[in-house]
Design a protein around this ligand. Structure first.
Ligand code: TYD
Ligand code: MG
Length: 455
C-alpha cells in the first residue's frame, strides 16, 4: 500500500486534473488533451513522515513573518512585472513560444542581477560553447556566473548543493528528466515531477529560480499551463516574431500584481527595455492616411498609446472580419454598432483591423479609436495625425466614460497630440492640458460627425 502507483489525467491545455480519462477536457473543452500522469514517486504521493512533520496546525498569530526579500534583476521592465524585483525563495516560470527571447532575457539577467550574487545557468538546450557565444554577443560577463549543460535532474540538484548559488536558471523544463520517472523528457509526468523537486529545493534553500517553459501549440510536449498552479509566479513572453517588440506579462504572481507589463525591444545585442512604449509604438505612423487612429489603454499603472489601423473594402461576399490585436467579438460588435447607429453600411464590406506592434487592446476604452479608424477607412477620409480617441462604446452607440481619464490625457498631451475625442459624460473630471483640445461626444454618430465630416 505504501508506494501504490496512482494515475491521474491532466489536460495539456489548461492543466485540469481528473481521475478518469475523457475525450474532452471538462474544464476548457479541448478535445484529446487529457494525458496520463503517473504519480509513482515517493515524493509526489502523500506519503507519511515528511508531510506529517510540516503539517501540524499552528496558530496564525504564532507564525513568524519572514519579510519577503527582494532584489533587483537589473532589468527595469523585468522588475516591474515581478512586482518590484525578484523574491528570494521563489520559483518563477517564464513561458513563451520558442525563439521569442526567453533565454536571452535570463542570460542578460545573470549579469545585471550580479551584485555579488552567484548564478547557475543550467541549459539543456545548448552546449556550453553556444552559451558562451551568446553571452559574448550580449556582453554578459561576470566571475560569479556558472554554466552547467545538463539534463539529468539529480546531477543538477547535486551541483546546486555543492555550488550554493543564489540564483538558478533552468532552461528549459521540457529538456530536464528525472531518472526515477519512466516517462520521456517533456511529458507531463516528467515536467511536473521535475518542477515539484525544483520547487522543494527552492523553498528549502531560499534560492531564486527561473524556469523556462516553451509553449507548444500542438501539445506534444507539456506546456507551462500544467505548471501554473505549482509555481509562485508565471510570466509569459509574447510578441510577433516578425517585429522586434516583446511584451512580458504576468499571468500569476504570489508577490505582486498581475496587471503590469514589461516592454522590450529585441536588438542586435539582446533585449532593450522600452520605458516609453507609446513613443515606440507610434513611430513611423503614416501621415494623413485614412484608417488609422490612436487609442490609449492603461496597462498596469502605465498609460500606453497604440495605433489602431483599419482597412474596409467592398466585398462580394458576406462580411468577413479579420482582427489582430482587438478581440474578434468586440470588433464584430463595433462594426454592428457603426452599421446601425453610425450610419455606415459596413456589412457589405470586408474589414481588417490591426493594432501596430503586436499589442493586444483588451480595454473597452479603445473602442472609440477602433470605431473611428474603421469609419475613417470606410469614408476614405483621414482623421489627422494629431488626433487620439478615448471611450467605450455601448450597444446603442453611446460613448461611455472610462477610468483614469486624466492619466490617459496627460500621456496623450505629452506625446504632442493636439486633439482628443472624449466621452461627454464624465468630461467634467478632465483637467486642462496645454495644447490639447478635447472634443466631447455623446454617441458614435456624433464622433464621426465631429472628426470625419467633410468640410
Ligand atoms: P532566444 O532567447 O534563444 O529564444 P527562446 O529562448 O525563447 O527560444 O531568442 C532567440 C531569438 O532572438 C532569435 O530569433 C534571434 C534573436 N536574437 C536577437 O535578435 N538578438 C540577440 O542579441 C539575440 C541573442 C537573439
Ligand atoms: Mg532558449
Amino acid at each position: 500500500m505504501a508506494n501504490r502507483q496512482k494515475t491521474i489525467y491532466c489536460c495539456t491545455d489548461c492543466g485540469y486534473e481528473t481521475a478518469n480519462w475523457a475525450g474532452k477536457c471538462p474544464s476548457c473543452g479541448a478535445w484529446n488533451t487529457l494525458s496520463e500522469v503517473r504519480l509513482d514517486r515517493e515524493g509526489s504521493g502523500k506519503t507519511g513522515a515528511r508531510i506529517r512533520a510540516a503539517s501540524a496546525p499552528k496558530r496564525l498569530e504564532e507564525l513568524e513573518l519572514t519579510e519577503e526579500i527582494r532584489f533587483s534583476t537589473g532589468i527595469s521592465e523585468f522588475d516591474r512585472v515581478l512586482g518590484g524585483g525578484a523574491v528570494v525563495g521563489s520559483l518563477v516560470l517564464v513561458g513563451g513560444a520558442p525563439g521569442i527571447g526567453k533565454s536571452t532575457l535570463l542570460l542578460q539577467m545573470c549579469a545585471s542581477a550580479g551584485n555579488g550574487k552567484r548564478v547557475l545557468y543550467v541549459t539543456g538546450e545548448e552546449s556550453k560553447r553556444q552559451l558562451k557565444l551568446r553571452a559574448n554577443r550580449l556582453g554578459v560577463t561576470g566571475g560569479e556566473i556558472f554554466v552547467l549543460a545538463e539534463t539529468d535532474l539529480d546531477s543538477i540538484l547535486a551541483s546546486i548543493d555543492s555550488l550554493k548559488p543564489d540564483i538558478v536558471i533552468v532552461d528549459s523544463i521540457q529538456t530536464m528528466s528525472d531518472s526515477g520517472v519512466a516517462s520521456a523528457p517533456g511529458s507531463i509526468t516528467q515536467v511536473r515531477e521535475c518542477t515539484m523537486r525544483i520547487m522543494r529545493l527552492t523553498k528549502e534553500k531560499g534560492l531564486t529560480v527561473f524556469v523556462v517553459g516553451h509553449i507548444n501549440k500542438e501539445g506534444s510536449i507539456a506546456g507551462p499551463k500544467v505548471l501554473e498552479h505549482m509555481v509562485d509566479c508565471v510570466l509569459y513572453f509574447e510578441g510577433e516574431r516578425s517585429t522586434s517588440f516583446r511584451i512580458l506579462r504576468a499571468a500569476k504572481n504570489r508577490f505582486g500584481s498581475t496587471n503590469e507589463i514589461g516592454v522590450f525591444e529585441m536588438a542586435d545585442h539582446g533585449l532593450r527595455c522600452v520605458e516609453n512604449p507609446s513613443e515606440m509604438l507610434l513611430s513611423g505612423r503614416p501621415e494623413n492616411c485614412p484608417g488609422t487612429c490612436v487609442a490609449c489603454v492603461i496597462e498596469g499603472t502605465r498609460p500606453i498609446l497604440a495605433e489602431v489601423q483599419a482597412l474596409v473594402t467592398p466585398s462580394a461576399y458576406n462580411a468577413a472580419r479579420r482582427s489582430n490585436g482587438v478581440d474578434y467579438n468586440r470588433a464584430a460588435m463595433l462594426l454592428a454598432v457603426l452599421e446601425k447607429r453610425g450610419g455606415l453600411s459596413v456589412s457589405g464590406c470586408d474589414s481588417y483591423i490591426n493594432v501596430i506592434g503586436g499589442l493586444t487592446l483588451e480595454e473597452p476604452a479603445a473602442d472609440l479609436a477602433t470605431a473611428l479608424s474603421i469609419a475613417s477607412s470606410y469614408l476614405d477620409r483621414p482623421l489627422g495625425a494629431d488626433l487620439a480617441a478615448i471611450g467605450e462604446i455601448g450597444l446603442s452607440g453611446e460613448i461611455r466614460s472610462v477610468s483614469a481619464l486624466n492619466q490617459r490625457l496627460s500621456e496623450i498631451a505629452r506625446l504632442g497630440f493636439r486633439r482628443c475625442v472624449v466621452p461627454a459624460h464624465g468630461r467634467e473630471e478632465a483637467k486642462r492640458f496645454d495644447g490639447l483640445t478635447l472634443i466631447p461626444v455623446r454617441s458614435v454618430g456624433e464622433a464621426i460627425a465631429a472628426v470625419l465630416a467633410r468640410d
